[in-house]
Unconditional design. Sequence first.
Length: 403
Amino acid sequence: MARLNENYLNVKESYLFVEIANRVSKFEKENPDKPVIRLGIGDVTRPLPPIVVKAMEEASADQGRADTFHGYGPEQGYLFLREAVQNYYKSFGASIGTDEIFISDGAKSDTGNITDLFAQDNIVLVPDPVYPVYVDTNTMDGRKLIYMSGNAENDFLPMPDPSVHADIIYLCSPNNPTGAVYSKEQLKEWVDYALANNAIILFDSAYESFISDPSLPRSIFVVEGARKCAIEFCSLSKTAGFTGTRCGYTVVPKELVFPAADGTEMSVNKMWLRRQCTKFNGASYIVQKGAEAVFTPEGLAACHENTEYYQENARIIAKTLDRYGIRYFGGTHSPYIWMECPGHMASWDFFDLLLNEVQVVGTPGEGFGENGKGYFRLTSFNTHENTQAAMDRLASLMEKHFK
Ligand code: MLT
């Protein structure tokens, strides 16, 4: 008899955003006359910049001609794209080698797949609230998780506790779901903690392009010592609107070397390359050509314009929350606004109220962990028109129930 991985019994039956999508589609089926506005999953709405589309059209044409056709590409990604990523990192002061960059189909896959490299008995430290992928993927492997509390008192930026030992630490900055951003000094404390514990930090920088204050770190690799203890995951999903196109990159420094039980030195970089060569055939050539165009001056300018568009939406949301005295976090260097549920409502109750009464979808904070109870996440990724309409609807709900 085949024996299944029973660790799956320990994860919720459906992934958070699938659960939300199911509830929304049930509502839509039952209420076809009530149009819903989505500020739930962090999915972009701006189309790809023209230069990116053109690059992918040309790459498609390449695939139709014998002399420019590309079959299997390098598992680590084409050098043209790794060089573009390397230069991008240089622009905010981080120096990384092209052989430390691994192109993939996105940060979600890589943050999950990286767990292949780690023994089961590592102690994994995650913030609470937390992006559910970090928790679910480790639970599927049967790894023990411990939590650090993000809360209003620490501005949802938990700091290391020297009395607690961890082997693997997940950090996400700007944070999903809270929008909080670590300063360089705070990240240095995490790097020092990781070095003291011989731990590895798995740093998710998927939202780095929303940072508008140049003093805030866009990569953990601007912090001294990080090359000895950190892996960074980034994605073009939010930077360049690639949620449907799919491309990301992971940086694994060569300094990450840990001894095996018999003393053999194991290089994390070499292991990740080995893992990718075995289990992954690389992102598609066409997508990688589109991604390369993102990093041109024209591509970056167009992406920046889109980010500013979303930041305006965050301001629209913040204005309404301010009007009703609702406390919130994030929204400045992040597409996420992390608000307190009005009237001390439970977050799923607020989700239902908002959906049923005014047809606005957000994400219940509880879906991100215990500390998300009583909180609600809104995204700024919709259009100006829909964001304003959603806020008008929220205002009418506030007038009706919370005055
Ligand atoms: C989110 O809404 O938290 C994100 O879109 C999830 C993701 O990027 O996978």
